[in-house]
Design a protein. Sequence first.
Length: 351
Amino acid sequence: MTRPLRARLQRRFRVISGVWMFVIVVGIGLPVSAQTATTSEPLAVVNGEAITVEEVENALGAPLRRLERQIYDMKRQKLEALIGERFLAREAAKRGISVQALLDAEVTAKAGLVSEQEVETFFQANKARLKGEEADVRKRIAAHLQQQKLAVRRETFLQSLRSQARVVVHLQAPPVFRPEVTVGGAPFRGPAAAPVTIVEFSDFHCPFCKQVLGTLTQLLSRYGDRVRLVFRDFPIDSLHPQARKAAEGARCAHDQGKFWEYHDVLFANAPQASPEKLKAYAAQVGLDLPSFERCLSSGTPEAAVQKDVDEGIRLGVTGTPAFFINGHLLSGAQPLESFVRVIEGELAHAR
């Protein structure tokens, strides 16, 4: 290692709250400033036209943000483990014993043993999916429950040590990614000017999408004109081969101003979506059948549904239902509380 390089590395040692951080800058004859380009600086120049960091990151969008979050979560988990180890080592030294002896005294001895009743309760609740001889299964259950008790007691002990110390965490969470989610022309419930917009990517034959309908109804009732719900299609052809046709039928119902009525009938009768069924649903909600049939055969709804699918893929949607609450992604049939937490945060921010 050359002296100039060694000097540059040494200047990048920092001590933050007793934690050594080592920053290595790798370059090929370039100044340090060239290694930390801002979002407006070029990553490449093609015939005089620049491609910036911002362009690349926007193109990667949600997948890049998910990776950043995963990396952050891994770092945070490891950091918390190291903080815990530091507490244990200091407490053991204070008592003049080993860390293992400390854990034996404060965790193992105080966790308590799993009772036969606890094993029996777990066995009865889960026996339909448990494999093997009953005696062996019960031993595994006892070991599993004992590990849970130890983990809970260890965490309780660590929290007691932490409460007596000053811990400053400098690890920064990545910024929340709020992609621009288009809603033009999509069916919606609620006022267009609502401060909170929930954009749902859904599949008419997805059981989880059907499961969350009650939650969405509660949200609309609870928040009134403060929330708008927008529906966008994301049929998963590999799992629900007729869902795309159902979505096309709903598009044609939307043309006649009865999307939500058709939406409700589709979910109520899923996964039945043969051409005959789609026409029967149209008659059930009072659509003009000749116009509905012309719409289905025109190819227009196919393009509209595919446009939604493409948009969902761009936003990083990989399953249904997926919700963007003012751009904040919430995946799956989440409980009411999960929606409320995000919505309340958005309303507070709006205020």
